[in-house]
Design a protein. Structure first.
Length: 396
């Protein structure tokens, strides 16, 4: 039984706020990393003191755990490397009910990845690069340039240090790094120059300043998927240019690089179904849709449901792969929606709609980022519909 700080009924579903209304702001972050412990008894969370501006280097996020039975929030660490969209990449580590992983920054070591014992409340391991994605078995991570990300999209990067390659469009010594977590060893496996060469002269990437925006291991940790984007072209006195996305996959060591799509296309949010197939919102035969796509050749195999997934959202398969969880950006009434779709019965329903107050700048917005519990019975999400950032639960 969850401790309830606030409860409401939406579309016949019970929505509970677990975080308190104490003047502070609580959120987990992204939709595709482990937020619940394996027993579904505890939930990781960030706690911060503001939500109306971007973080600066001195701003600290407290990292803690909600006990879902008592409602108690226990802080176990803090970090200066965080943002409002993905936090500090906080997550349970390698199926553990004790170890949590997150990113941090200090003046001596720069950005680092931390493995922390929440029970002993001490650091167990520190690696010399921040985590962008971690393999399910906890053996490897991939790291990217978070300061470069900050220059591109402040809501996803870290402001603590400048990008060393800021003036280089496609550096040969920066890109995607493979991190051996146990041995604290890292190496560059795909440079931005390598990726640009693989894309070739396809517009609009040729000669443009590139970065890796999102990157995720497949369930087996054997391959990864990444979204490579170009910085918008800024011309004084003219509207800002648009950025575009190349969809790539590669083996864990950077070999067998495949450019699945490039050019003025629209790959967006995605989630791995298994080691070879993933769902992704993109353009395709049925226009912009949520498609299942194979890693082998990148061609959209099929639209999951042409009439249901009409707009971009954060998608994730349930642990048993029976259901698809989805959300939306604010509609004309500034309502954000949560949907669940039965992949067997081929039907879906809306489970909730929540008001999203306007914000400026846009990168401090609060996306719902709904995420599954390991047993598939609950969904947690972040929201500001009560006037503050809170952590909410929906029982399915």
């Amino acid at each position: 039984m969850f401790k309830v700080n606030s409860m409401m009924n939406v579309r016949g579903k019970t929505v509970r706020r677990i975080s308190p209304a104490d003047g502070l702001h609580y959120f987990f972050g992204y939709y595709d990393v482990p937020a619940f412990d394996p027993a579904c008894c505890r939930h990781l969370c960030h706690r911060v003191r503001f939500r109306d501006r971007l973080p600066v280097a001195s701003d600290v996020a407290e990292l803690g755990i909600f006990d879902l039975e008592s409602g108690r929030f226990d802080v176990f660490a803090e970090t200066c490397a965080w943002n409002f969209q993905q936090g500090a990449m906080l997550q349970w580590f390698s199926g553990s009910d004790d170890l949590a992983a997150y990113n941090d920054f200090d003046k001596n070591d720069g950005f680092v990845g931390i493995i922390f014992s929440t029970g002993q409340k001490k650091r167990m391991h520190k690696v010399g690069m921040p985590f962008a994605t971690i393999s399910a078995d906890g053996s490897f991570a991939l790291s990217i340039n978070f300061p470069r990300m900050y220059d591109f999209r402040p809501g996803y990067g870290y402001c603590n240090a400048p990008d060393k390659w800021r003036d280089e469009k496609q550096p040969a010594d920066d890109g995607i790094w493979l991190v051996d977590i146990k041995n604290n060893a890292s190496r560059l496996i795909l440079s931005l120059a390598d990726i640009a060469s693989a894309i070739g002269d396809q517009a609009p990437f040729a000669g443009e300043k590139l970065l890796v925006n999102h990157i995720t291991f497949n369930p087996g940790g054997t391959r990864f998927l990444a979204l490579v984007r170009n910085f918008p072209i800024i011309i004084p006195g003219a509207p800002d240019g648009a950025w575009h996305t190349a969809l790539i996959t590669a083996s864990r060591d950077g070999s067998d690089l495949r450019v699945l799509s490039a050019g003025p296309c629209l790959p967006s949010h995605y989630h791995w179904k298994n080691d070879h197939v993933f769902a992704i919102y993109r353009d395709g035969p049925d226009c912009q849709q949520l498609y299942e796509t194979t890693d082998e050749h990148g061609t959209p195999v099929s639209a999951i449901e042409r009439t249901f997934f009409r707009k971009d959202g954060h998608c994730s398969y349930s642990p048993d792969r029976r259901w698809m969880l989805y959300d939306s950006y604010p509609d004309e009434n500034r309502l954000q929606h949560i949907y669940i779709y039965d992949l067997h019965a081929r039907e879906g329903l809306e489970t909730g709609a929540f008001y999203s107050p306007p914000v400026n700048p846009v990168d401090i917005r609060c996306d719902l980022h709904p995420r599954w519990s390991p047993d598939g019975r609950y969904v947690s999400f972040d929201s500001t519909h009560e006037g503050f950032r809170g952590l909410y639960f929906l029982q399915l």
